[in-house]
Every structure is written in C-alpha cells, then in structure tokens.
Design a protein around this ligand. Structure first.
Ligand code: TXA
Ligand code: MG
Length: 411
C-alpha cells in the first residue's frame, strides 16, 4: 500500500490562489518554442532509454509504486470568465517539468511535456503505471499533428476526413510516431496515440505549451476521474496542481482508432470504443473491432480484459436468476433507469443503488454518470456491485466495454 502513510486528504488542501496572474514572459509563443527545442536537446540522450533510466533509484527497482515525498496539491477552480489564468499556472508548471491534472471533455488527464522524458516518467510514477502502457499525446491545434506523428501518404485523406469530422473531440488516432516523441511516451511502440481535446482548458494549455502527454488522471487500472474531486481522491498528495474545469461532458475515455489502408480500401481499426461511436465512424470508413484474444500479443495495453475497475468486485447480471444474494452480504446495484423493464431493483434489499440515467433512460446520460456512480458504489463498503447491462448500441458499446472490464478485474 504505497500511499497509506501519506495523509493525502489533509495535505491536499483546497487552495484557490488570490489574483496574481501576470502573464509570465516565458509563456510567449516564441520563447516556449525555444524552450521546447532546448528540452529536446537536453533530452536527446535520455529519449530512447527504458523507463528505469529516468527514475530515481528506488523507483528504478520498483517503478510501479509511488514513494516520492508527498506534496501539497493545489486545486485551482477555473472561473467561467477568466479560466485562461489557470492555463498560465498549468503551463508554468509544465515548463518546469512538472505534472498537472487538467480537465478534458472525456475524463480528467494527467499532463506532462510530451517531449520531456523525465517529466513523462513522473506520470508513470504518480499513476503507478507499468511502462508497457503507452500514453496519449494531446495537441492544441490540428497543425501540431506533424510535430508528434508522421501521417503516411496512403492514409492522409482518411486522416484528414477523420480530423475534419471529429477534432476537436473524443477521437484518438494511432499513427506512426515522430522521432521527437520519446519512446517512453509510446512504451517503445512505433506508433503514437494523438488527440485534440474539445475542452477549452486542455486545448489552450496544449496550444500555449506545445504537445503534452496526458493519460487519465487515476491510479493504474482504476476508474477514470470525471471531476476534479475524483482526481483529488486518486492523486491528491502526489501532484502539485489540479485545474477544476467542472464535470466532464462525455464522461468516458476517448474512442481510439488506428486508421489503415488495406487491399480492400481504408479500414478504421477500433482499439477502444468511446463517445465517438462505431456508427459515427462508419460514415467515414469500414470499422474493424480489434479484440484482445486470450494469450495473444496485446497491441494496446488499454485493451486488456481487466481495466477501469472499482476496488469492489462487480458482476453484470442480465436476468434476475443469474444472481442469488447471500445472507449477511452487502450488495449495491448499478441500474440503468431505476425501474421498469429488466430492472433488478426488487431483487434484494440493496445497501446502495445508483441509477445511470434516472427518468428517461438515455445512453449519453448513462455514459456521463457511469464513473461517478461506480465511485459512489465503490465508497459504500459493499461486498459486490451488481450492474445491469445497457443496450449495446451507440455509446452503449463503450459503457458495456468498461463494465465488462470492471467485472473481469476480479474474475
Ligand atoms: O479520453 C481519453 O482518451 C483520456 C483523456 C485524458 O485524454 N485519456 C486516456 O488515456 O484515457 P489512458 O492512458 O488512460 O488510455 C489511453 C490508452 C492506453 O491504455 C493505451 O492502451 C492506448 O491508449 N494507447 C496509447 N498509445 C497507443 C498506441 N501507440 N497504440 C495503441 N494504443 C495506444
Ligand atoms: Mg486510463
């Protein structure tokens, strides 16, 4: 239990700084570009080493536990009117090689300069993430794609169409990586996952600072955070800054695809379902779901069967007969609508219930609420979470994907 000794809740104070927002000189575009080039040079010797080379000695021995001294975590609330000031604060820390948590429209991300291998190593440390799991790189403008990826000529038109239709937004593209991206970011893969977020704060930080690596801001294998408080619960005491940009609009991690050209024409290989649905993608090209067969080489670690899991075991129950409650056990229900249809609400005396889409039963609402509801149930001291399935269509495919992985984590 690496963080048990740390009084994170107390240390992670909610401090909203008074106004002292002069725009630092170093945030000017040209100076940032120069600083990044400098980073590249300083970095060049480090760039292609394994994760262990970038870690402090105790972490090199055990890279998947975070034992760095606790830090005060500042939670800065982005004002509706002047959120740009939070951008200045985040950029300043990123320039110092720090990690900061930022809102996106999908889930909160934990950001570091994408070209600075030592800063990226901090992401792995803070998240306790194994080095074989590559990160997503966020850019702030479409033209920055060429700084992080190389688009092969044969799929250029396809990529342009995808970008035109879905950027900024919840679509991540896996493309051959630019040589300036450290191997640490891509876990040694020759490809890089890139996205342009639709959230003003994430987008502006990536625009002003330059490309940033940003996986979801949770500890490895756990539920992605969809609010600043959820980030605080996950990473408070480990990172210096969380920007609170409100609840995430989509609530589920981005759709990840690898655009490819085959003999039969363009194919979008779907690596992770998300808010941009198969139906949306089919308007552009054929979609092929990449499934992780047991024993097969994992193309992307995020495809592992168990992931995105609450600490409490979870079971998906389609029909009442599939679940027999035991005496003295505490059960929680994750229901879709809370009543009607195949609802399991009357099956037992639930210790806690959470409804994904109260009232009408809308998949988009269920997607936004999924991780919040799972966190609530996880905190209720249950023996088991029983989850009702949702319709396997549109964003329902992504919801079922996350539920199945949560169930697999304890099977
Ligand atoms: O919505 C999102 O995508 C959020 C926000 C913060 O951007 N990010 C996110 O990152 O969910 P993360 O690291 O939790 O999940 C990204 C997944 C990884 O698990 C990995 O499997 C996959 O993206 N990935 C990254 N690079 C890849 C690559 N080169 N090829 C295939 N998959 C890759
Ligand atoms: Mg994640």
């Amino acid at each position: 239990m690496p963080f048990k000794a740390y009084p994170t809740e107390k240390r992670a104070q909610k401090r909203v700084r008074p106004h002292r927002w002069e725009v630092r000189k170093s945030t000017h575009r040209k100076e940032i570009d120069e600083a990044l080039v400098g980073n590249h040079r300083r970095d060049s010797a480090l760039r292609n080493g394994p994760l262990q080379d970038h870690l402090t000695p105790h972490l090199a021995k055990n890279p998947f536990s975070c034992k760095s001294p606790p830090v005060d975590t500042q939670l800065l609330v982005a004002d509706f009117e002047d959120w740009r000031e939070t951008v200045t604060e985040a950029v300043a820390l990123l320039e110092q090689g720090e990690v900061v948590a930022l809102p996106t429209e999908t889930v909160y991300g934990l950001a570091a300069c994408a070209f600075n291998a030592e800063a990226v190593a901090k992401i792995f440390e803070v998240k306790e993430r194994p080095s074989f799991d590559p990160l997503i790189v966020h850019i702030g403008r479409k033209s920055d794609l060429e700084k992080v990826a190389v688009v092969p000529e044969e799929i250029r038109e396809l990529v342009d169409e995808l970008i035109e239709a879905h950027w900024p937004g919840a679509l991540t593209l896996v493309l051959p990586k630019h040589e300036d991206i450290p191997d640490l970011v891509t876990s040694g893969l020759p490809t890089v996952a890139v996205r342009l977020s639709a959230h003003e704060i994430m987008c502006e930080v990536a625009k002003v600072h330059g490309p940033i690596a940003a996986p979801s801001a949770n500890r490895y294998g756990r539920i992605s955070p969809t609010s600043a408080q959820a980030v605080m619960d996950e990473l408070g005491g480990r990172i210096p800054l969380i920007i609170d940009g409100g609840a995430c609009r989509d609530g589920l991690e981005s759709t990840i695809i690898a655009p490819t050209m085959t003999e039969k024409g363009p194919v979008l290989r779907l690596l992770r379902p998300g808010p941009v649905s198969k139906e949306d993608l089919r308007l552009i090209a054929k979609v092929e779901r990449v499934r992780n067969k047991p024993g097969a080489t994992v193309e992307a670690p995020g495809q592992r069967a168990s992931h995105y899991a609450p600490a409490t075991p979870l079971m998906i129950v389609t029909k009442p007969g599939e679940f027999v409650p035991e005496e003295g056990k505490k059960y929680g229900l994750l229901t879709y609508r809370g009543s009607g249809g195949a609802c399991l609400i009357d099956l037992t005396d639930w210790t806690a219930t959470q409804t994904l889409s109260p009232g009408k039963g809308k998949l988009s609402e269920a997607a936004v609420r999924l991780f919040y509801c799972l966190r609530q149930l996880d905190a209720a001291g249950l023996d088991l979470i029983v989850a009702e399935p949702v319709a396997n269509t549109g964003v329902g495919v992504a919801i079922m994907d996350r539920l199945k992985r949560a169930a697999a984590a304890h099977s």
